[in-house]
Design a protein. Structure first.
Length: 358
């Protein structure tokens, strides 16, 4: 594959809790030098913990939401666009970018007045300060174990891949506290993180009435997109170079973890708790797919996502066609996942799954 030697541009360091800072320190001296990095790491960690203690005392008294919606599926399968469409078509509460990247202060301060927007490093999408965001970034900065730690230190990709195994699933206490702050009485909570795919047993135990939307995409396209995404994130955040071949191995392990998660869903997940959303169909007919998603989630009366609201969401959130480039990394795993996807499409796809199988 391509050479992933350390780029010459300066990285954008991720600062968070003391636990994350300690994890970074165990990696040694960064290969990509940042002025006064050690001091900045300690300073940010100190104030992060100070603010978090104040915040968490307020949030611990709140209840966790009982029926959140989780958008899951492998990285680069189309979870982001579904998240943005669903957030735009409903009045549901969802984490915002400014909250996820400031989880220790976002409940102590007002939202930023200025709305900012930048292009995502891996594709045509935009990151908006007040827009829907993946709660995994808050989870990462809070110091919870996340595969996204690999953005900072790609040398430890094998360590991060272990976090995709259900047996190592941690309690995520701080993340639960963060959700208590995001949740709003009388509104459903909408969450999106591909990493939640690997946490399904814990999520179902924490939220017995949760509903899950699994987004499926052509495996070859998804892998090609993953290679671009992870390389772009290393370019932006990594403090060390990614060893040759490590990313391909990591993505194969992620594919295997997704396969095991889908097998478990087929064995244990009631059909009324999960809907299969095919990215190809979402790309071709987003309006029809969104109507089916809203129907599955019983989005009516109280939430009242009218056709007008859905129309605005479809107008505001483009569904980019994406690249048709395909990559194969581990044929047996890919074949097994493809077989399971076909079964899951029928089991959890309802009318859409039957139409796609014809």
């Amino acid at each position: 594959m391509s050479d992933r030697s350390a780029p010459v541009s300066s990285p954008q360091p991720l600062f968070g809790s003391r636990n994350l800072a300690d994890w970074v320190r165990t990696g040694g001296v960064p290969q990509r030098r940042i002025t006064a990095y050690g001091l900045r790491l300690a300073w940010h960690a100190y104030w992060f913990e100070f603010n978090w203690r104040t915040e968490s005392r307020q949030l611990d008294e709140r209840d966790l939401p009982v029926d959140p919606v989780f958008i899951i599926g492998p990285w680069r399968s189309g979870t982001t666009v579904l998240h943005e469409l669903l957030a735009g078509a409903t009045s549901w509460v969802t984490p915002r970018t400014w909250q996820c990247f400031n989880p220790s202060t976002c409940f102590l301060a007002r939202p930023p007045v200025e709305v900012r927007s930048i292009q995502r490093p891996m594709d045509q999408g935009r990151i908006v300060s007040h827009g829907p965001q993946e709660d995994e970034f808050a989870l990462l900065l809070l110091g919870e174990p996340s595969p996204y730690r690999a953005f900072i230190d790609p040398r430890r990709l094998p360590e991060c891949s272990a976090l995709m195994r259900t047996a190592s699933d941690p309690p995520l206490t701080r993340w639960q506290c963060f959700l208590r702050g995001i949740a709003s009485p009388g509104s459903r909570l909408l969450l999106k993180s591909p990493n939640h795919t690997f946490r399904l047993p814990r999520l179902r135990a924490l939220f017995p009435r949760a509903r899950f939307l699994w987004v499926g995409r052509d495996i070859g396209e998804m892998l090609a997109s993953n290679l671009r995404m992870w390389q772009a994130m290393f370019e932006r955040y990594a403090l060390w170079s990614c060893p040759s071949g490590a990313l391909e191995t990591f993505l194969s392990q992620a594919l295997e973890a997704s396969t095991l998660a889908l097998e478990r869903c087929l064995d244990e997940m009631p059909a009324e708790c999960m809907l299969w959303v095919d990215f190809e169909r979402l790309r071709a007919d987003p309006a029809q797919v969104m109507r089916r998603v809203l129907q599955f989630l019983n989005a009516s009366s109280q939430d009242d996502p009218s056709e007008r609201a859905l129309g605005r969401a479809l107008q505001d959130v483009p569904v980019y066609p994406g690249s048709r480039e395909r990559v194969s990394l581990d044929a047996p795993i890919e074949q097994r996942l493809q077989q399971l996807m076909s079964v899951a499409r029928l089991r959890f796809g309802g009318e859409m799954g039957q139409a796609l199988s014809r």
